[in-house]
Design a protein. Structure first.
Length: 261
């Protein structure tokens, strides 16, 4: 009788553990902060997973990320675990190197690794979330497979003690929300100058134009570097997550056939 009673008392806790990562139920950390998960389609429960940790934009939460057609559709169709941390007060503190949000993101990844057989970790973000992804890569990025920035950067003179294996960034030339970081003399490659300096990059190589959808054209430049790789995609539009951009990066990095989304 005592064993049955104990089992009944544990049922609510077991239910919460099972629910974490399903639908819109958050995973809770000991300090009360949380994150959301989206498993890839058809995962068998044991196969190792690459993971994409995506920081949401200003005044958003992880629930938007795991339901977003240009983010979640890309990860779930490519066998990638999507991790979406929730910013305190729906925003991120990326302005300073000592921000507690870096430690929070580290704790999120540690919790994810305790739950799932995670392999490579990619970090991305949009707008304020992109700047936060840059901050995280700058302060705690040595073990990251890549940084995927979308429409938001740090100052290009930041001192970064760490760096991911590679950086890919996309920015709209007409962005007036997180203004396009134009360089001296109209240098449109300036948005990734920080990483080019860190990696010891040489002259950029124009890779031509590409499209995920016929209404938006990206112009790509890549750099050959001593300590990493840098890719910059520019488009003529404003401040948004471009259709197919995350999907294209994952296809290229994971060695998959290109598809949309």
């Amino acid at each position: 009788m005592r064993v049955i009673l104990l089992f009944l008392l544990l049922l609510p806790a077991l239910g919460r553990a099972e629910a974490c990562g399903s639908a819109n139920v958050p995973c809770l950390l000991p300090d009360g902060r949380s994150y959301h998960l989206r498993l890839p389609d058809g995962w068998d429960g044991t196969t190792p997973l690459p993971a994409l940790m995506h920081f949401h934009g200003w005044m958003r939460q992880g629930t938007l990320v795991i339901n977003h057609g240009r983010i979640a559709s890309a990860t779930r169709k490519r066998g990638v675990l999507l991790v979406a941390p929730n910013g305190a007060r729906k925003t991120w503190d990326f302005w300073r190197a000592s921000t507690p949000d870096v430690a929070f993101a580290d704790a999120v990844l540690a919790d994810v690794r305790a739950r799932f057989p995670v392999t490579d970790v990619y970090v991305s973000g949009y707008s304020y979330g992109s700047a936060m992804a840059w901050r995280f890569a700058c302060q705690s990025g040595d073990d990251l497979a890549a940084l995927l920035g979308i429409g938001g950067t740090l100052r290009q003179d930041e001192a970064c003690p760490e760096a991911p294996a590679q950086v890919r960034h996309v920015h709209g030339l007409a962005d007036t929300v997180m203004d396009f970081p134009m360089g001296p003399g109209g240098d449109t490659t300036y948005p990734v100058q920080l990483w080019r300096d860190i990696y010891g990059c040489r002259d950029g190589l124009a890779k031509g134009d590409w499209q995920a959808r016929d209404f938006l054209t990206f112009t790509r430049t890549s750099w050959s570097c001593d300590g990493g790789a840098v890719t910059l995609d520019l488009h003529p539009g404003g401040h948004f997550i471009p259709h197919g951009w995350i999907a294209r990066q994952l296809d290229e990095m994971l060695g998959l056939e290109r598809s949309y989304p």
